[in-house]
Design a protein around this ligand. Structure first.
Ligand SMILES: *[C@@H]1O[C@H](CO)[C@@H](O)[C@H](O)[C@H]1NC(C)=O
Ligand SMILES: *[C@@H]1O[C@H](CO)[C@@H](O)[C@H](O)[C@H]1NC(C)=O
Ligand SMILES: *[C@@H]1O[C@H](CO)[C@@H](O)[C@H](O)[C@H]1NC(C)=O
Ligand SMILES: *[C@@H]1O[C@H](CO)[C@@H](O)[C@H](O)[C@H]1NC(C)=O
Length: 500
């Protein structure tokens, strides 16, 4: 039976991200791509809505695909975006399997599909994930209790996509159109799993930066933060050492009670002086997200940032005089992340805003998406050992539920993935950029002739999904070309099978 615990929205949004940061027994904040930290302009997604070339539709979706309890039949309206300007009847349908946020945000950051649609004459569909954006089964009450939010999980989301795609094809009288699914990050995990679970619905999947191996004990727990640190270290050893040394200074300020004064000298907090824990998380987020989006061109995904932002951060640190504290250097570097636009009047340090509606990830992290993470002494963060019991206690407090840390590997696999998928499965591209710390939980080796890993040393978090620009480096142009060629081969094969 599900425990009913009333919780209020304000409690949920940032709790997991900020909770563990007591400097004495700190655990790293949880930074899934969708975690809640950054972003300043709350209205951003409304603006996006007007500026992306998609029509918004709502589909009556069923609440629970897997039981026949009367409540299962409750209908909610699931949003999807559609673009048919390039489509010819019978041509392919490209579906983006939405992740943990407003679908407009992902549509705006997946220009790749608009770039390739004309070549394939493809219909483009971006489906919003249930419980995100406007696809809320119980409206504003959707997160009020575990009873309400309990229908938020990846298996329900995949089933939503399958049901919606079938309905769409039927309405378009286009049952024979091949469907290819695309997704980045968590959306990439969904795209890959969708191909494995619904091979009769999608002929192939392009899963970009999808850390499907970041579960259980498949990869070392330290991988993620080691990878972030490696990004900085490989640019400048000094930069890495400054950041690594800044945490002890922050802790010392804290214990001497002078931290806040020192912090206030360095930056303008919107709501008075931040707590030291909040300041630590704020810095931590800046370094993690900048590593993730270490793109080769200027971009605005998490935040507006210059090309190769890790290098730019380290330039700031390396240029400051030796007399400055490591902490103030770290703050100066973080300002690149939070204030590259140079228009921020003050920083929201205690509470990052949630411009893209991502807070539902906390629930997912507390139930099925359990990704163990530690910081090794080699990393530039303070060492920390993952403590599952402590994590589970926090989840119980927040939602009244206990995580199921082995469910994802039970439901979708992941252990010995090469041996398994070599004999089962086909037509999946796993693309990863090694600058992205999530790449360490990705599939980095070719598994079979049609389950292919495209890995770029200089790539970052689903960089291949961004609009092509004239400044794109050759490796990126080449990666996208390979992706298009492979997708073309799936489609050719599909039509060939259809004819015979
Ligand atoms: C297909 O048409 C039905 C009936 O008009 C409608 O309810 C449903 O939302 C449509 N499907 C999609 C995916 O739009
Ligand atoms: C952001 O940058 C501008 C320009 O350098 C500066 O005037 C402003 O104070 C900065 N904002 C914060 C909060 O530090
Ligand atoms: C892990 O957390 C539990 C529950 O909070 C605590 O009792 C235990 O001492 C912790 N273990 C370690 C090794 O810190
Ligand atoms: C996988 O195979 C493709 C060719 O199909 C190749 O371009 C690519 O580099 C291979 N990936 C890895 C990680 O070796």
């Amino acid at each position: 039976m599900m425990t009913m615990i009333p919780l209020f929205l304000s409690l949920l949004s940032l709790l997991l991200v900020t909770l563990p940061a007591t400097l004495a027994s700190h655990s790293p904040p949880i930074f899934f791509p969708g975690a809640t930290y950054p972003s300043s302009s709350l209205k951003q997604d409304d603006t996006l809505k007007k500026n992306i070339p998609f029509k918004t539709q709502f589909f009556p979706q069923i609440l629970d695909h897997f039981t026949y309890h009367p409540k299962s039949y409750i209908i909610f309206y699931q949003k999807y975006l559609i673009n048919s300007q390039f489509w010819h009847h019978g041509a392919p349908i490209f579906v983006y399997t939405g992740n943990e946020g407003n679908i407009e945000w992902f549509a705006a950051n997946t220009g790749f599909l608009l770039d390739i649609a004309p070549k394939f004459r493809a219909l483009l569909v971006f489906i919003e994930h249930r419980y995100y954006g406007e696809s809320l089964p119980f409206g504003k009450d959707s997160y009020n209790s575990a009873e309400m939010v309990g229908y938020l999980n990846s298996q329900q989301a995949l089933a939503d996509y399958a049901v919606l795609i079938r309905s769409l094809k039927q309405n378009l009288s286009s049952e024979a159109s091949p469907v290819v699914v695309f997704g980045g990050s968590y959306g990439g995990m969904l795209a890959a799993w969708f191909r494995l679970k619904y091979p009769h619905v999608a002929i192939g999947a392009l899963a970009s930066s999808a850390p499907i191996l970041h579960f259980d004990d498949i990869i070392p727990q330290t991988s993620f933060y080691d990878a972030v640190s490696q990004d900085f270290k490989s640019v400048s050893l000094n930069c890495y050492q400054v950041i690594k040394g800044s945490w002890a200074e922050l802790a010392a300020f804290s214990s001497q009670g002078q931290g806040l004064a020192e912090l206030s000298k360095n930056f303008k907090s919107c709501k008075g002086l931040p707590s030291v824990d909040a300041a630590q998380n704020w810095l931590w987020a800046a370094f993690v997200y900048t590593a993730m989006v270490n793109y080769p061109t200027e971009a605005n995904f998490m935040m507006h940032l210059p090309a190769y932002p890790v290098k730019e951060m380290c330039k700031i640190i390396d240029a400051l005089p030796p007399g400055e504290t490591k902490l103030s250097k770290a703050f100066a570097a973080a300002s690149l992340y939070y204030n590259y636009s140079q228009t921020e009047k003050c920083f929201n340090i205690e509470h990052g805003s949630d411009a893209h509606g991502l807070h539902g990830w906390d629930w997912q992290a507390c139930t099925e998406m359990v990704m163990p993470m530690s910081c090794s002494s080699e990393s530039m963060f303070t060492p920390y050992s993952y403590n599952y019991s402590a994590f589970a206690e926090e989840c119980m407090k927040m939602y009244g539920v206990t995580p199921r840390p082995h469910w994802i590997t039970t439901e979708f696999g992941g252990k010995q993935i090469e041996k398994i998928l070599k004999r089962f499965g086909s037509n999946i591209i796993f693309s990863n950029g090694m600058q992205d710390p999530w790449s360490r939980g990705g599939v980095l080796k070719n598994i079979s002739a049609s389950i292919v890993a495209l890995v770029t040393e200089e790539g970052a978090h689903h960089v291949d999904f961004r609009f092509a620009t004239k400044d794109d480096p050759n490796w990126l142009v080449e990666q996208r070309r390979q992706e298009v060629d492979i997708i073309q081969s799936w489609i050719d094969e599909y039509y060939c099978d259809l004819r015979s």
